[in-house]
Design a protein around this ligand. Structure first.
Ligand code: DQA
Length: 148
């Protein structure tokens, strides 16, 4: 199946951006690891990063018609601000997993609330680059036809 990995604002700076919080992996490192992990399980992974809310809304809308089975989404700061991204995800009804590198609950109070978590399949945060790997593992497990 096709899995979309969506990255929000400032994640293009991963590797050099506050590495004590976000680690040393770059976005390319993370995407390459995820692509290999998806391929090994027989899935196709595509990814998109934008610093602009409207571009993320557009990409989510596109996912309704391009065969995307599931989205891994790190909305970055838009997690805490964006009703528009919430509405887009609700509109397309493509299931998604919310991902954060850092443990947002252990940080500033304004990061404790997410506009997306209650409509996500689940949320993984606090494991650095591994948060994405764990989210993809959960996604692959979910996309597997149930064995009986
Ligand atoms: C983040 C956490 C957000 O609070 C922050 O605005 C980010 C990255 C994370 O992956 O830990 O930009 O989503």
């Amino acid at each position: 199946a096709k899995i979309l990995v969506l990255h929000g604002p400032n994640l293009n700076l991963l590797g050099s951006r506050e590495p004590h919080i976000y680690g040393h992996l770059t976005l390319v490192d993370i995407n390459n690891q995820l692509a290999a992990q998806a391929q090994a399980a027989g899935h196709e992974l595509v990814w998109f990063q934008s610093n602009a809310e409207h571009e993320l809304v557009g990409r989510i809308q596109q996912a309704r018609d391009d065969g995307t089975a599931l989205i891994l989404f790190n909305p970055a700061a838009f997690t805490h601000t964006s009703i528009a991204l919430r509405d887009a995800l609700a509109a397309v009804a493509v299931p998604f997993i919310e991902v954060h590198l850092s443990n947002v609950h252990a940080r500033e109070p304004f990061r404790h609330h997410s506009y997306l978590s209650d409509i996500a399949i689940g949320v993984i945060c606090g494991f650095g680059g591994d948060s994405y790997r764990l989210a993809l593992e959960a996604a692959i497990h979910r996309l597997q036809p149930a064995a009986d």
